[in-house]
Design a protein around this ligand. Structure first.
Ligand code: MG
Ligand code: MG
Length: 247
């Protein structure tokens, strides 16, 4: 799907709201804060900006952020869990403005973290930017995942296979799927006006995951740490434009 200039302008505004949700929650990450506190902070941003959450009630999800600590890969439900010194916490959230969606995630250290955790965060974020860098008109979709995989596996980590990035626009999850690895066959051509949510999930141990009994939380199968970074990115004539940052 290729978006018009007007549609891209709305998606840019949705992206800015998500960026602000990131900024405000990130500033609150510290030992003793609960993941429900972070959800409340994100809700305040949505309310202030007159934006709607695309996470709340999504297949029954009860919050506006996913909060996924340590070995939780994605889809953690905010609750009474208090962040501890040495944790890593991944926050994934989105916003809808005038019917158009933004979606982005980051993983932050809580106080001082291990050298392994620090490396995992650095590598996962770098893999995202490596994937974004090849989002130009005429390149192919699988090149995004190939770049991500090279960075992540080059550092000795593994890339989650069961969950992938996606097209985004008037729904949070649209076609095409955007794998974070070489999918075994060439993808479609990327074209100006396409908007994709690119979101590497990188594990310190094995790539395999399992879903917790709450039906949502996805954990690493071996209990190893996992990090997740995501941006909503448009392909423009001038190359990739990231909507979910504050310029
Ligand atoms: Mg997301
Ligand atoms: Mg997403």
């Amino acid at each position: 799907m290729r978006r018009s200039t007007e549609e891209l302008a709305k998606m840019r505004r949705a992206g800015r709201v998500v960026a602000e949700m990131h900024e405000k929650t990130r500033a609150a990450v510290r030992p003793g804060v609960t993941t429900l506190d972070l959800d409340r902070i994100a809700r305040e941003v949505l309310d202030r900006r007159g934006a709607r959450s695309n996470f709340l009630n999504y297949h029954g999800f009860p919050a506006v952020i996913c909060a996924s600590p340590n070995d939780t890969v994605v889809h953690g439900i905010p609750g009474e869990y208090r962040l501890e010194e040495g944790d890593i916490i991944s926050i994934d959230c989105g916003a809808v403005v005038e019917g158009y969606h933004g979606d982005a995630a980051y993983t932050a250290p809580v106080g001082r973290v291990s050298a392994l955790a620090e490396k995992l965060l650095e590598v996962t974020e770098r893999s995202l930017w490596a994937g974004i860098a090849v989002m130009t008109d005429g390149n192919r979709l699988h090149e995004i995942g190939r770049e991500i995989q090279m960075v992540a596996e080059g550092a000795g980590f593994s890339v989650v296979r069961e969950y992938v990035g996606h097209g985004i626009g008037t729904a949070m999850h649209e076609d095409p799927q955007v794998p974070n690895y070489w999918p075994g066959r060439p993808g479609p051509k990327l074209r100006t006006g396409m908007v994709l949510a690119v979101e590497p999930m990188v594990n310190a141990g094995v790539a395999d995951t399992q879903v917790l009994s709450d039906g949502w939380s996805v954990l690493t199968a071996d209990g190893s740490l996992s990090a997740h970074f995501e941006h909503t990115v448009a392909i423009t004539e001038d190359g990739p434009e990231v909507f979910t940052t504050i310029p």
